[in-house]
Ligand binder design. Sequence first.
Ligand code: SF4
Length: 335
Amino acid sequence: MAETKEKLLEIKALKKHFKLDRTSTLKAVDGISFDIYKGETFGLVGESGCGKSTAGRTIMRLYEATGGEVDFNGDNVHAKKSKKELKKFNREMQMIFQDPYASLNPRMTVKDIIAEGIDIHGLVNTKQERLDRVNELLKTVGLNEDHGNRYPHEFSGGQRQRIGIARALAVDPSFIVADEPISALDVSIQAQVVNLLKRLQKERGLTYLFIAHDLSMVKHISDRVGVMYLGNMAEIATSDDLYAEPLHPYTQALISAIPISDPEVERTRERIIVEGDVPSPVNPPSGCRFRTRCPFAMDVCAKVVPEFLEHKQDHWVACHLYDERYNDENQAKQQ
Ligand code: SF4
């Protein structure tokens, strides 16, 4: 992670609601706050439907925010902007998608796909410069010059993700949102793409928001991890801390569900089983949103929304079990 811990993004009480009809609203993201430091990878995890992808898209202004703020280098992303300012933002922030095939125009050659951003932002003056830049990008992501003249369908999933990465890099961004970039790939290819992203980060000083539904995937790439549940942030910690000492019962359950390769450890370890499905974000439970599935739920959990508190340095959690105001009830529960 960046040694200076200088903030690149500050996400403050960010909300993204979708109005479904006159009476119901889907609260996909409902007031999340966190910082992303320059040069780090922030992993964002949670089950499908928890709001993580919507959060990523709202941070990039692909969706307008319903409430809250996203500051990028101190500048509010969602403030009214001139075309020129928006163009500058679009260049700084790029996205890599889960399904690179769906996001690559099948009728364009790879060369033209990669050069699209270069053309839009007028980054080169001649055709030769454009070609040189594309070839350099192809090389950077482990492809070769010949690949530039082919079409997306001629490539494997892993290669298509490399094309998606080259396209994102073409405009020289400082921040990349990677939305489940390896979920659709074979396990053997996943590690290659993660290693490529890590190398690029080192070489170019990139900052990543890495979105995944699987905690084992984010472990190897993330400096810090945020766990989302039903539109809220449940816990944020450094990657090492989160895996060594998960605090929130939901994080504990996610971690205990990761398979361990040693069969003896796998057989004897304690599992935290979370029952039932994720409730609807249209009508979330009162108090703590996890209470309908939490094995440790107390009376207070239905009445009071847990505050997001710093339990120890750089380790934040939203759970009444760690809030000393509810110590009496916690102890009664444990007896
Ligand atoms: Fe469980 Fe209550 Fe903590 Fe929510 S606040 S995670 S219901 S113990």
